[in-house]
Design a protein around this ligand. Structure first.
Ligand SMILES: Nc1ncnc2c1ncn2[C@@H]1O[C@H](COP(=O)(O)OP(=O)(O)OP(=O)(O)O)[C@@H](O)[C@H]1O
Ligand SMILES: [Mg+2]
Length: 467
């Protein structure tokens, strides 16, 4: 997986001359080198990037080298760390080895020795990782126990996951809101050989358009107004791990071009810098819109679509796999009781029927929220009654709007009652929006022209403009 990847080494050394010599020697030996001259800088670099190895001077101007070693190994247990100590630093060297350094060098040392120590340790590490991967492939069944469901539709998804999770293939997940796209992406990561590395999620819809590029690719200090410090982008953060690009359909076209380039070349450039940086991350993208349609409309690049659509996974909406509802309900009831520390409960039969009948426009997320609500509202009762369900499930779309009506014995004039209700609804909305028709139309889920038509028809135009 990483066979022809140049190992990336962080060198933490405050003496500029020695730092430069080490860099030159390691680069000549086939390493990529990054430098830090203080402990603080080293910590910052380590927090943003999974280095293969780190070389740390014992004595740094701000903090002790051991603290850098600890921080590095804490975050990346497989990090190859070498300490450098001054003359006579044998006790220190022993301390460093105890803490998990693979070796130490006492200054002055031969530069070639450093490269050799690093290379040996990296080779050993690679063998260890390969063995672990092989063992995992032989013995471990892939576990998808966070994903609940047994409908044919979801079983189909399990089958695909089992095949593709261990591989590096790019995955494109398509599904309506709340169908579990992010859950599936995380599950793929956790069942892949990259599970020990980071899962980095990114949504272009959650970030102002102007900042998306810097967020994805990182930026240098001063690259744009407000960039007071340089920053590692999400691609670099996900090095060795998985990057999840959510709502990929929302990505502006110029950025799609940059994303395509990154995926093709497997390298990125930080904003404000022309040096390119290699990365090794598995790509999982998700979308709730029909990308093929966006391609036809010219809103999504076709080449990017094909680059992402290597393994397509479509998550069915909950209304198309109703047989999973009881399982999901039980799962979420348990989860909610557990997280609130209440004794376990069950759903009453009537409540369960209601849940099974609902159309679930918000899919599993909506179901999860509804159960959380019901568990809370059921108080100390062991069996959750129908009445504990949220209003929108008991009477979908009419939540407390229309009051209970009684029909007099003599009957009613349907048309006139309906226009009476219409009239009241419209007046209420106009009152609420201070007479603003556009906002009132939005509240009523009507177009503005339909609302104005109705205002004419109900003779409300004068009243409302006077209001
Ligand atoms: N099959 C499942 N079993 C159990 N929990 C699930 C399942 N699918 C989804 N969930 C839960 O439902 C919630 C919504 O899932 P998730 O956030 O993955 O949806 P999404 O498709 O990414 O939604 P959006 O498009 O709104 O971002 C999460 O809490 C998730 O854990
Ligand atoms: Mg999501």
């Amino acid at each position: 997986m990483t066979a022809n990847h140049r190992p990336v080494v962080l060198v933490v050394e405050d003496e500029a001359d020695l730092r430069a010599l080490i860099e030159e020697s390691l680069v000549a030996q086939g390493f990529d080198v990054q430098l830090a001259d203080t402990g603080a800088q080293a910590l910052e670099r380590l927090s943003g990037y999974a280095f293969d190895a780190v070389v740390i001077d014992w004595r740094l101007p701000d903090i002790v080298g051991l603290a850098v070693l600890d921080a590095g190994l804490d975050r990346y247990p497989d990090l190859v760390a070498v300490m450098m100590t001054g003359v006579g630093g044998v006790a220190e060297a022993v301390a460093a080895m105890r803490r998990g350094a693979v070796d130490f060098l006492i200054k002055p040392f031969q530069l070639s020795q450093l490269a050799r120590v690093l290379q040996n340790s990296l080779d050993k590490r690679r063998l260890r990782q390969e063995n672990a991967e092989l063992r995992a492939q032989l013995h471990e069944r892939y576990r998808f126990d966070t994903i609940v469901g047994q409908s044919p539709a979801i079983r189909q998804v399990f089958n695909v996951l089992e095949l593709i999770a261990p591989r590096n293939s790019t995955v494109l997940i398509h599904g309506e809101t709340g169908t579990g796209k992010e859950l599936i992406a995380r599950t793929i990561h956790h069942n892949s050989p990259r599970a020990d590395q980071r899962f980095v999620a990114f949504s272009s819809a959650a970030i102002p358009e102007g900042l998306v590029e810097a967020e994805l690719f990182g930026h240098t200090r001063g690259a744009f107004t407000g960039a007071v410090a340089s920053r590692v982008g999400r691609f670099e953060l996900a090095h060795r791990g998985t990057i999840f690009i959510d709502e990929v359909g929302m990505m502006p076209l110029p950025l799609q071009a940059k994303l395509l380039r990154a995926l093709q070349e497997r390298e990125i450039e930080r904003v404000g810098e022309s040096r390119s940086i290699k990365f090794d991350a598995r790509i999982i993208a998700a979308t709730n819109c029909d990308l093929r349609k966006l391609v036809k409309e010219g809103a999504f690049r076709e080449d990017l679509f094909y680059r992402l659509n290597v393994i397509p996974i479509t998550l069915p909406p909950l209304r198309d796999r109703r047989e999973d509802i009881p399982l999901l309900v039980r799962h979420f009831v348990q989860k909610s009781c557990k997280s609130n520390g209440t004794a376990s409960k069950t759903m009453s039969q009537f409540a369960m029927r209601r849940l099974m009948a609902h159309s679930w426009p918000g899919n599993i997320r909506q179901l999860e929220n509804a159960i959380e609500h019901a568990v809370a509202m059921s108080g100390t009762e062991k069996e959750i009654p129908e009445s504990a369900l949220p209003e929108e499930i008991l009477s979908p779309g009419t939540r407390q709007v229309v009051p209970l009506m009684t029909i007099p014995d003599e009957g009613i004039n349907f048309t006139s009652v309906v226009s009476q209700v219409e009239r009241e609804l419209i007046l209420k909305c106009l009152e609420k929006t201070g007479g603003n028709k556009r906002q009132a139309a939005r509240l009523l889920n009507l177009s503005r022209t339909t609302l104005i038509d109705k205002l004419h028809r109900l003779n409300l135009l004068q009243d409302s403009s006077a209001a």
